[in-house]
Design a protein around this ligand. Structure first.
Ligand code: ADP
Ligand code: SF4
Length: 688
């Protein structure tokens, strides 16, 4: 029967090749890179299996003089890299998809820490790759250097063709590549590569022409171009030079993949931007070219995808994160199973694979990054091995995922929660400012659980150890979460902070669905609030925002060298700081609490040890959490006595961590159930 979504499954001709549909996994980093080609190939292959018509690599370095270490990206430095790349193209082709490669020659973003080569850029300038502040400078590329780089790019394109790629990229986006830097208004070189826009675009044009000439007979040549840097007139602008560049090069490439720069603007979190947020920047491109246009915007709704095509914004739905959260998104749309789509929540934990140099992880999809080393499939799981029943206590992310996956295996699962609503911390945290998309973690799991007849969910059912034993299930999994500490103990302080101040914790806000009642009842007495953040992720900043928006005078203080330190790895830190500055929150890094009274806190500078006093009516402690593991300890004797066959504690109750880890922990418990686990053996394959 024809459907409104058929348009998404039309084949699209891209130069000499044809994509089977309009689902396009754009290049994305993943932390595997050249170091773990098997893990990488399996991850990319899974996307193709799930229906993505085009599956691309991450940035792939064409030469050792553009070495992106310490990050692990792709390498196509020599023919020796071809066998690794073939693993990926084979995995993608096996499912009828096209494989694309993003050839990358970066400028001063390549710190060359591994190769120790000299970096080329448009002039000699400080390096930014790696830390963002690398000592050392680039060398100004001479005309001969540019000629040489073109040759390297051409050779890489030929190698890419030999490695089986169907789409070869010329990359000028994310403010990373030399081609992009040369296009900048700062480029006042006196030769034919600087000055006028035509001159500044020359190198990018040459790369495209070279690539077409070298491999364009059988491979499509795509460009990735950032049409706006969101820095106003000093950068590329979609209604400025970007328009002229697209006009000049309109029909030259076989495909335009367009976005905004830099990465933090391209991959904004749901806290700051919603689905389709790039449309206003990229929509002009299709008006200037007849070639297929790809765009991104964290599209997870099939209706939004159809609409983006029908409105003429793009021809193919580009996606990195939606394809990570659900590699089977296209196939689910095709099968009319829209409610089964595991929608990306826009948290950017996937990005931390790259920024922390480890294989990619995903909050929604616990199998992401585990395809090869654990042989995990996002849709398939081993069937049950026994008829045993399992009782899971706690329906937060860990308990929900364990129940869902065990239910999918066919086990009889009883899931209970003390609360009326499932979701644990996610249900509560998603009520905080701008975190509402996080509810998708719960919604997807509850939708699946409702479909599985052998899972029985009992909300409003607090369980004691006695209740659990009386329930009679032979296997018990405890997913009882954790509580925030009130005493200031955390990464920095190992002893409770003493004093008489009013103390709040994030739980007081979470349990109130926002501001605790005290803030409404005693608004006049709770004006100056000190938030002590030794958690370093989003919670401190979110609560500062909430309190400041409600009229409090907020100081956000942390022992770390910067505010919300870890959010730099999810690309959010700049936006968080901007928001806090806008709300006049006082930001104080490098400080800990020494003691407090009802009216002030004595704080210590961790670098100088200097003490000072801050006036405050209350303190919010965002520090460590205490695992709710009492039930586990109470039930251990029953396990020893043989009254239980197994007892496992998972998620935050075992060791508090991010939501992604709770989901992973629940999934792991389900996969390992009824398996003999040898603690002496590494439970996954290691690429060596
Ligand atoms: P995690 O992140 O590990 O999933 P959460 O804190 O999000 O942990 O969720 C824990 C859930 O467990 C909460 O919804 C809480 O209500 C529930 N819970 C904790 N203790 C009990 C108990 N004794 N009986 C039933 N439910 C419990
Ligand atoms: Fe989306 Fe978060 Fe998964 Fe990344 S980690 S794909 S942002 S849900």
């Amino acid at each position: 029967m024809p459907s409104r979504y058929d348009i998404l499954f039309q084949p699209i001709k891209i130069g000499p090749v044809t994509a089977p549909n309009r689902f396009y996994q754009v290049p994305h980093c993943n932390g595997f890179g050249w170091r773990m080609p098997k893990g990488l190939a399996a991850m990319r292959g899974m996307k193709a299996e799930g229906g993505w018509g085009v599956v691309c690599t991450e940035e792939t370095e064409i030469h050792h003089t553009s070495d992106l270490s310490p990050f692990f990206e792709g390498h196509i430095w020599s023919d020796d890299d071809i066998p690794s790349l073939l693993l990926m193209t084979d995995a993608v082709h096996k499912h009828g998809a096209l494989a694309g490669i993003e050839l990358s020659y970066n400028g001063r973003d390549a710190s060359n820490l591994y190769s120790r080569a000299v970096t080329f850029d448009l002039f000699s300038r400080g390096l930014v790759g790696g830390s963002g502040y690398e000592p050392g400078q680039s060398r100004a590329a001479t005309k001969d250097d540019l000629k040489q780089i073109r040759k390297w790019h051409r050779n890489a394109a030929i190698r890419a063709k030999n490695a089986g790629f169907d789409i070869i990229y010329c990359y000028a986006a994310h403010n990373l590549t030399l081609a992009f830097h040369l296009m900048s208004k700062d480029n006042d070189r006196a030769d034919e590569y600087g000055g006028s826009l035509e001159n500044r675009t020359r190198f990018f044009r040459e790369l495209i022409e070279d690539t077409k000439e070298a491999v364009g007979d059988t491979c499509a040549v795509a460009v990735r171009f950032a049409v706006d840097e969101l820095i106003g007139a000093s950068g590329m602008q979609f209604d400025g030079e970007a328009r002229d560049i697209v006009s000049m090069l309109a029909e030259l490439p076989d495909l335009w993949d367009v976005n905004v720069s830099s990465w933090k603007n391209d991959s904004t979190t749901s806290r700051f931007e919603k689905e389709g947020n790039q449309e206003k920047y990229i929509s002009f491109v299709k008006k200037l070219t007849t070639k297929p246009v790809v765009g991104v915007g964290r599209y997870t709704s099939p209706d939004s995808m159809v609409s983006a095509i029908e409105r003429g914004i793009m021809d193919m739905i580009g996606a990195a994160r939606p394809s990570i959260a659900d590699p089977f998104l296209p196939n689910k749309i095709k099968a009319g199973r829209h409610e089964d789509i595991r929608e990306c929540i826009g948290c950017n934990i996937c990005v931390t694979g790259d920024t922390r140099f480890v294989p990619i992880r995903c909050t929604q999809n616990p199998t992401m990054g585990e395809e090869w080393r654990r042989n995990w499939h996002p849709e398939i799981i081993a069937p049950k091995k026994s008829e045993d029943e399992i009782l899971i206590v706690g329906a937060g992310p860990a308990g929900l995922e364990a129940a869902r996956a065990l239910g999918q295996r066919g086990y009889h699962v009883v899931l209970t929660d003390a609360k009326r609503e499932a979701g644990g911390r996610v249900a509560l945290e998603s009520a905080l400012p701008n975190l509402n998309e996080w509810r998708r973690v719960i919604d997807w799991r509850l939708t699946q659980i409702q479909k599985i007849e052998n899972i029985y969910f009992y909300p409003s059912s607090p369980m004691t150890a006695k209740d659990i034993l009386e329930a009679g299930a032979p296997h018990v999994i405890l997913a009882t979460g954790a509580k925030w500490r009130r005493d200031g103990i955390g990464r920095y302080l190992s002893r409770p902070v003493k004093g008489g101040a009013k103390i709040f914790t994030p739980d007081d806000f979470l349990e109130s669905g926002g501001l605790p009642p005290a803030f409404q009842q005693q608004a006049a007495e709770l004006q100056k609030i000190l938030i002590y953040d030794d958690d370093h992720y989003y919670m401190g900043g979110v609560l500062a925002e909430l309190l400041a928006e409600n009229g409090c005078e907020v100081t956000l203080m942390t022992p770390a060298p910067s505010i919300s330190y870890w959010t730099q790895f999810t690309l959010e830190q700049d936006r968080i700081l901007k928001q806090l500055h806008k709300l006049n929150v006082t930001l104080l890094a490098d400080h800990i609490i020494a003691s407090h009274t009802p009216t002030n806190a004595t704080v210590t500078n961790v670098i100088t040890s200097a003490e000072s006093t801050l006036a405050c009516d209350a303190i919010v402690m965002v520090t460590d959490r205490i695992p709710n593991d009492a039930l586990y300890h109470e039930l251990k004797p029953a396990l020893a006595e043989g009254k239980l066959k197994s007892l496992r504690i998972i998620g935050d109750a075992e060791a508090p961590n991010i939501i992604a880890q709770a989901i992973f922990s629940g999934h792991l418990a389900a996969r390992e159930f009824d398996e003999l686990i040898d603690p002496d053996v590494t439970p996954f394959k290691v690429e060596r």
